[in-house]
Design a protein around this ligand. Structure first.
Ligand SMILES: NC(=O)c1ccc[n+]([C@@H]2O[C@H](COP(=O)([O-])OP(=O)(O)OC[C@H]3O[C@@H](n4cnc5c(N)ncnc54)[C@H](O)[C@@H]3O)[C@@H](O)[C@H]2O)c1
Length: 314
């Protein structure tokens, strides 16, 4: 391509990035993995509200069915029960999507887990499981969904990564490993598929008030994530996903100021050991305040000096 051609293409791309259109869900098929969870169910409701047909996939089939049943029309919504760490179950779920809809317009990779067990106590099996849930499973789903995405006129892949995909957390190193890997994979896949028109982007939330975070707070996981104030709501992450659909780009950060701080600090990783202790106290205070709020909401109970979830299945 000539120099003028490169400039022209870059200007067209810049214009596209700066133009915000409202993504319409009308006649669109959206598959949300982990769709029964806190962020997934909020996203399902909002995308159904934009007119999409939503397929809620989750290993918790009962919750997935309840989420799908509660979604507004005019789309046709489905719940699929499946453990997406098992390639055969991924294939079966996507075969069902193919049978019902014949294509996928938007794939949202949103399954995830974390464990607050400290690294020195982790079994090798638990390390493998977390990496499989958080990194391999979204890659299996994306790879196997590609033929269905290629049948769309405007194919999109959105992945819920995490700021833990940029920034280390002493208490949850495997979560960080899984999300660093996922971020790198999704950025690379985005570059690879861009030429054929598949838009791939990720959202990188920080602490969000969902069952995952409530469990982590009770089990004593990462405290630093609470130093910036109360956790955001699932709706804040949904806003970021919608912004990616409205204006496709590689990444969106639900809390931009926090993400800028994190990205800047990672330019100087050797300062982490010196700097992080200054934020530790504020993080612990934030976690305590969050647990008090959960107590007030009836989501947790005191258990001696510690805390337990009011509904351990939640
Ligand atoms: N909550 C937070 O603070 C936070 C912050 C950053 C990123 N995230 C990411 O957001 C995503 C959604 O998390 P959430 O906070 O809504 O958690 P959540 O626990 O409410 O939801 C996760 C859902 O994934 C499902 N799931 C887990 N493993 C699965 C598997 N193998 N097969 C099928 N379904 C499976 C669970 O059943 C659950 O419904 C995750 O990827 C998480 O890592 C969460």
């Amino acid at each position: 391509m000539t120099g003028a051609g490169v400039v022209g293409t870059s200007l067209a791309e810049l214009r596209r990035l700066l133009t915000r259109r409202t993504w319409s869900g009308t006649d669109r098929v959206v598959v949300i993995t982990g769709g029964a969870g806190g962020i997934g169910s909020a996203l399902a409701a909002r995308l159904a509200g934009r007119g999409a047909s939503v397929v809620v996939v989750d290993r918790d089939g009962e919750r997935a069915a309840a989420v799908a049943a509660g979604l507004p029309g005019p789309g046709v919504h489905t719940a699929l029960d499946g453990d997406l760490t098992d390639p055969a179950q991924v294939e079966a779920a996507l075969a069902e999507v193919d049978r019902r809809h014949g294509r996928v317009d938007v794939l949202v990779n949103n399954t995830g887990m974390t464990s607050a067990e400290r690294f020195g106590d982790r079994s090798l099996a638990s390390i493998e499981q977390e990496i499989t849930v958080n990194t391999l499973s979204p890659l299996y789903v994306t790879r196997l969904a590609l033929p269905l995405l290629r049948r769309s006129v405007d194919p999109r892949v959105v992945t819920t990564v995490s700021l833990a995909g940029i920034f280390p957390q002493a208490e949850t190193p495997i979560y960080c490993a899984s999300k660093f890997g996922l971020r790198g994979a999704m950025l690379s896949i985005a570059l690879d598929l861009h030429a054929e028109g598949v838009r791939v982007g990720s959202v990188l939330p920080s602490a969000t008030d969902t069952p995952m975070l409530r469990r982590e707070a009770v089990e004593g996981g990462n405290a630093l994530q609470f130093q910036g104030g109360p956790p955001q709501r699932p709706g804040d992450v949904v806003d970021a996903v919608l912004s990616l659909l409205d204006r496709p780009r590689l990444e969106a950060y639900p809390r931009p100021a926090e993400s800028r701080l994190v990205r800047l600090s990672m330019a100087f990783p050797n300062l982490l050991l010196t700097l992080l202790p200054f934020f530790a106290g504020k993080g612990e205070d934030g976690r305590r305040a969050y647990l008090e709020e959960l107590l007030h909401r009836g989501e947790v109970a005191r258990d001696g000096a510690g805390w337990v979830l009011a509904d351990p299945t939640g």
